[in-house]
Design a protein around this ligand. Sequence first.
Ligand SMILES: C[S@@+](CC[C@H](N)C(=O)[O-])C[C@H]1O[C@@H](n2cnc3c(N)ncnc32)[C@H](O)[C@@H]1O
Length: 279
Amino acid sequence: MDRTPASLLRAARQQLDGREADWLLMHVTGLSGARLQLAADEPLDASTATAFRDLVSQRRGGTPLAYLIGTQPFRSLELTVDPRVLIPRPETEELVERALTLVPANGPASVADLGTGSGAIALALKSERPGWRVTAVEASADALAVARANADRLGLDVDWRHGCWFTPLSGQTFDLIVSNPPYVADDDPDLEADVATHEPAGALLAGADGLDAIRCIVAAAPAHLTDTGWLLLEHGHRQGEAVRAILSAAGFSAVRTHRDQQGLERCTEGCLRGDEDHG
Ligand SMILES: C[S@@+](CC[C@H](N)C(=O)[O-])C[C@H]1O[C@@H](n2cnc3c(N)ncnc32)[C@H](O)[C@@H]1O
């Protein structure tokens, strides 16, 4: 069987989307795209070719590309990911963008990220606002290990806490609490099969209407916010109205939902002071 990059890629590109075959071959060989082009007709060793074909077959079977290559870009960071954590999404990069506008950039703000997973939000905030004190909570010890490893590799200092939402934050208050919690309804017919099969259920599902985690966070958040603090939540694109109602019922004001780049309602914020308005 022909083991040159050119023929391996030709076969794989017929089976996979876009540049996925190229990414997988770069990953398995450790070579750049340019280097692979230069060596396009030089046969790879048999074990590398077999490993590549195996990755192509896993990808065809629905395993997310990020799990196969082990990394996912998130804002300016390259995060290590594996099936212990949700793969960070582009919508969550927009949540970070909104978080950055809610708190003055140059102050020593304290920020909490609830349900940190790979550490994406906490690490992005710390890297873009080095002066902020960032605390991150995660219920899954496996996920927290991934987040800590990302922080160590990136040299970013985050206070990691293991536990359920605010339980490990007893007595602490924050200028900003941000979360991308699980928000998929348990029997949501729109949940993609590949996501449901490969990504951790504990990162996705949140009860009959998908709002259990958000209700829990909103109920406990007031005791953990400073007087001018903000709560910012990502949610499903059909949950904006419900999340606004949950926040308002809990006494939040300046409640406002933002749309993502696809025009879908994606994150909602609120604060406890009536006169706050951050445009
Ligand atoms: C949708 S994922 C978000 C992960 C990451 N923040 C991101 O945006 O990519 C939700 C995360 O919340 C965590 N989680 C679920 N229930 C939790 C709880 N009760 N307390 C803390 N974290 C929880 C999950 O393990 C998962 O890592």
